[in-house]
Write a new protein. Structure first.
Length: 372
């Protein structure tokens, strides 16, 4: 039941984002900068910060909702260290936004997962870097596998396992992690490691091979890869992406001090207090060109920007995002929403008059919705 309601609310997020560019789609908020781990590639944690007081977190959520934010993602540091995390999640849900959580998973237990269920969490993501802990990262399948089993048994929210390429000396670990996650019924994504400014770190041929292996094994599920892999494919081949980063507008990063930044890797810009952030700031940043965009690896901002690509030119966006699918002789079964978009906006190869007429009605309905 929760899964169905989540899917309907996700559809409404997309519909709202397609209808208007004047609100943030996703905001990341940091309730605590402290982390219980110390991954050597990470610049997003310390070992001493106190939790942000609950009242301040609730005010920030209210302000994000006032700005029209539809998805609020809690990250850190390690958010499970915040003693009032459940109240934060509950508030996001009662304010009508989708509540998602990014955690290293170490503090999960069956009881903690049940509390996240009760709070109304919609989606949880864990990134796993390797199979065995090493000097770079302790986010290892060996340590986390029991937590993954608990999630499979108890979670009523959606779980995504992000296997990261570029953090381990054994790139093939990422494929093992993705396989294990799929065997437990979770969504999977692939992350590419970035430097301290969100930019691509050069990856070798072994990493490129593993990426290809994972994406091929995953098939062509919308929830896994197809939706944004064009960005990653280009980066892995050493090619920059040409896109408009909408950070500061469609995507906000709100740090523990309540300042709005472009993203976790561009902290310091524009660094305006959230309570003073207005629609004018959203409008300005929508149009601001970010010089870091060509080599950016921040996939959540890639995904958000694609909604605007759809909104501005759905036909071109679909053709760009699914070039392989559209020209591939192998069978391709994208999810219903993408099938609907393809049916509405891409030219039919052989089409009956009746289909052309219905398609025309569907397009007209879309454009009416868009201009309202
Ligand atoms: S677990 Fe996450 S926040 Fe903590 S050090 Fe590792 S990457 Fe950073
Ligand atoms: S392009 Fe956007 S998301 Fe990527 S690093 Fe720059 S500001 Fe952040």
């Amino acid at each position: 039941m929760h899964a169905l309601s989540f899917q309907l609310r996700q559809a409404s997020v997309v519909a709202k984002a397609m209808k208007s560019q004047h609100h943030p789609i996703v905001a990341h908020i940091v309730p605590i900068r402290r982390c219980n781990l110390a991954c050597t590639y990470c610049n997003e944690y310390d070992h001493s910060s106190k939790p942000v007081p609950l009242e301040a977190m609730l005010r920030r959520i209210d302000r994000l909702v006032e700005l029209g934010t539809t998805v609020i993602t809690i990250s850190g540091g390690e958010p499970l260290l915040h003693p009032e995390l459940d109240a934060i999640i509950r508030h996001i849900r009662t304010q009508g936004s989708i509540a998602t959580l990014i955690t290293n998973g170490y503090l999960l237990s069956p009881g903690r997962i049940e509390r996240l269920n009760s709070a109304g969490l919609d989606h949880l993501q864990i990134s796993i870097d390797n199979i065995q802990p090493d000097t770079v990262s302790m986010k290892s399948l060996k340590v986390l596998d029991k937590r993954l089993q608990w999630l499979a048994e108890h979670a009523t929210f959606q779980v995504n396992i992000n296997s990261v390429i570029g953090t381990s000396e054994r790139p093939e670990d990422a494929a093992t992690v993705a396989r294990r996650a799929r065997s437990l019924g979770f969504m999977t994504t692939v992350g590419i490691v970035h430097d301290g400014e969100g930019q691509l770190r050069a990856l070798g041929s072994a990493e490129q091979r593993v990426y290809k292996e994972i994406t091929q094994e995953a098939g062509r599920s919308f929830s896994s890869f197809a939706y944004y892999n064009q960005f990653q494919k280009n980066l892995l081949q050493g090619k920059p992406n040409k896109w408009n980063c909408r950070a500061g507008s469609r995507y906000l990063y709100v740090c523990e001090d309540g300042l709005v930044h472009y993203c976790s890797q561009q902290r310091g810009t524009p660094a305006i207090p959230l309570e003073k952030y207005t629609v004018w700031d959203l409008e300005r940043e929508y149009l601001t060109e970010k010089s870091c965009a060509p080599w950016c690896t921040i996939s959540c901002v890639h995904q958000v920007s694609m909604v605007d690509q759809f909104r501005e030119n759905p036909h071109a966006a679909l053709a760009r995002l699914f070039p392989a699918a559209l020209n591939d002789e192998r069978s391709y079964a994208p999810p219903a929403i993408i099938r609907a978009l393809i049916w509405m906006f891409l030219p039919p190869e052989e089409s009956s008059t009746r289909k052309k007429i219905t398609q025309g009605f569907a397009r007209a309905a879309y454009w009416c919705l868009k201009v309202r």
